[in-house]
Ligand binder design. Structure first.
Ligand SMILES: *[C@@H]1O[C@H](CO)[C@@H](O)[C@H](O)[C@H]1NC(C)=O
Ligand SMILES: *[C@@H]1O[C@H](CO)[C@@H](O)[C@H](O)[C@H]1NC(C)=O
Length: 564
């Protein structure tokens, strides 16, 4: 504790450099468009993966949160240093349609809410912003993100400034007290026009979490199509992002009736997915079963869009980063598997370490925030490690440095299966160092391009590479409802699952939680075989750890082994 943010930034500098290489897509430059399920750079056609973080600016003060704690430029650089390339930046309709709100200064807005301490904080940290009108303060943040090569999605979160969302807050659906469709169209048009030509604004999401008693599919089509057309005609460069019904859980209706729009190549759907989307299901059920069921539901209500050739942005997901919420912890291990397997675009909730004012509480601590209360430290760096693999793309247009292979991802740690040499036990390490694996129809996990495969060696024993790849101890079934266990038979015939010991060495143990037990946690045994066409990002030679094998004779050596 007590690290200053500038120091944290320094310690993340290697990551920063890495990600500027990995994402290799400047925020400034070309607009984005869609190519089937992928979001791509208009000009090069190469995939741009959105790895965003939500930054709220839609609460009562209508000021981007955190500006009382740190200079905007420090926050922007921190976003990039933490591996995100994009911000989903929220705004209320009134910011665009109510001039007496839009032209309040930041100082006046805080004063009106009695937030006197906030005034002192913003005076210290962002003196150039304190006397700007709210709309210009909003623009200043977008502009600073652009200077730092961070892309922005402008998200219309609500109409009337305030915390969102409930079924009865009057902001839920077209026709609600604060949700006049025409005002909404006017607001979208105004915002799209204002940011036309601001190149780092790459998308606009039309409305957050449609909900409430008035929601219905017919109105969804008529208003969302109108909103989409309005945004596109005011600013044809941005991606137009459409959210579903029921708090943005449900887009199943698109299966029967596609959206009808005059433009193509710009439409993206978004979905929200939290642990509490399924109530307390995670803590009240067996994690394998709940993961299997919830993922199936998600595929039916939104994931199917990928197969239909639409990009899907998981624009809100996240957990209590203290790690004390079991419902969240179990969900996290499962959703990380899905986000990596489908290589989805996403936006984490949230950047925000604390709010100026939320639901009547001044300075509310946001335990879902990647920054801590004072915006000066990273709240939980192990969480950042766990999401770092999904911050870069695994596949997609233009990303084919290597032929299709598997990466073996371990959501509990965010690490991937690596080998140290051909003879040492396998272990987990940074996914950036990963080797290509091949999962054959016979269910053998080969180190791709070699005769070496993963073998189990009995209960509690390390898993190693071997060259006898036809026995039951080299056949890895994907089992359990979660489809995240890799199971084989040890030499003595017992069924075992791939697992990880406390030193991150791969071992095989008794498979966990295959029954209906609600108290057990299988996460150490959850792996995802992720399709990838990316090369490992390190420059290390393929055989660095065992140079003697890196000699011209290695092919001969492998063939020799195989003939045993
Ligand atoms: C416009 O904003 C001002 C300042 O916040 C507020 O007093 C007023 O009620 C708003 N008007 C509407 C129609 O919401
Ligand atoms: C970070 O999260 C992990 C669980 O993922 C938890 O065990 C740990 O205590 C958390 N660290 C902090 C500082 O909250």
């Amino acid at each position: 504790m007590g690290r200053l943010f500038s120091f944290s930034l320094l310690s993340f500098l290697p990551l920063l450099i890495l990600f500027s290489i990995l994402n290799a897509k400047p925020a400034k430059g070309f607009p984005l468009s869609t190519n089937s399920r992928w979001i791509v750079d208009d000009q090069s056609g190469q995939r741009v993966k959105l790895a965003c973080v939500n930054w709220a600016s839609h609460l009562e003060p209508v000021v981007a949160e955190g500006l009382t704690k740190k200079p905007v430029d420090v926050i922007s650089r921190g976003i990039l240093a933490m591996g995100f390339n994009c911000v989903r930046f929220t705004w209320p309709i009134y910011l665009a349609t109510n001039d007496s709100l839009a032209f309040l200064t930041v100082r006046q807005s805080f004063q009106n809410l009695g937030l006197t301490e906030a005034i002192a904080g913003i005076q210290t940290n962002n003196p150039s912003i304190i006397d700007l009108p709210l709309i210009e303060a909003f623009q200043a943040v977008v502009s600073n993100l652009g200077d730092n090569n961070v892309m922005v999605i402008l998200d219309n979160h609500i109409t009337k400034p305030g915390w969102c969302c409930s079924n009865t807050d009057g902001n839920g659906f077209f026709g609600d007290q604060y949700f006049d469709p025409q005002l909404w169209i006017n607001g979208l048009t105004k915002m799209a026009t204002l940011f036309n030509g601001v190149t780092n604004v790459i998308g606009m999401s039309l409305r957050n979490e449609l909900r409430g008693p008035k929601q219905n599919v017919n109105d969804w089509y008529s208003y969302m199509q109108r909103g989409a057309e309005a945004v596109h005609s005011a600013n044809p460069n941005v991606l137009v992002i459409l959210s579903g019904l029921n708090f943005d859980k449900d887009l199943s209706f698109i299966r029967n009736q596609p959206v009808s729009l005059t433009f193509t190549g710009k439409t993206v759907f978004e979905v929200h997915w939290y642990s509490f989307t399924d109530g307390q299901a995670w803590v009240n059920g067996n994690p394998n079963q709940v993961c299997g069921r919830v993922v199936n539901n998600m595929k039916g209500s939104s994931g199917f869009l990928l197969d239909k050739g639409w990009p899907l942005l998981v624009s809100e997901w996240g957990v209590d980063l203290r790690g004390t919420n079991v419902n969240d912890n179990r969900y996290l291990n499962c959703i990380l598997g899905v986000l990596t397997e489908l290589d989805l675009d996403w936006a984490l909730w949230t950047l925000v370490g604390s709010y100026y004012l939320r639901e009547g509480v001044v300075g509310l601590n946001e335990y879902y925030g990647v920054l801590n209360w004072n915006w000066g430290e990273i709240r939980n760096s192990s969480f950042l490690q766990r999401i770092s693999f999904l911050q870069s793309p695994s596949r997609g247009p233009g990303l084919s440095e290597r032929s299709l292979h598997k990466v073996i991802f371990h959501p509990l740690t965010g690490l991937c299966v690596l080998r140290k040499s051909y003879f040492d036990p396998l272990r987990l390490g940074p996914c950036t160092d990963t080797e290509p694996w091949n999962y054959t129809p016979q269910k053998i996990l080969y180190l791709k391009g070699t005769y070496f495969c993963i073998q189990s060696n009995g209960l509690g024993k390390p898993a190693k590479l071997g060259i006898k790849c036809t026995n039951s101890n080299t056949r890895w079934e994907i089992i359990s409802d979660s489809k995240m266990h890799l199971s084989s038979k040890a030499k003595d015939g017992t069924t075992v699952c791939l697992d990880v010991d406390s030193s991150n060495t791969l071992v095989t143990n008794t498979c966990k939680c295959l029954g209906t037990d609600k108290t057990c946690d299988p996460a150490s045994q959850w792996f995802k075989l992720v399709d990838s066409t990316r090369s490992s990002t390190t420059t290390k030679s393929f055989l660095q750890f065992n140079p003697s094998l890196d000699l011209p004779g290695k092919d001969f050596l492998w063939k020799l082994f195989d003939s045993f």
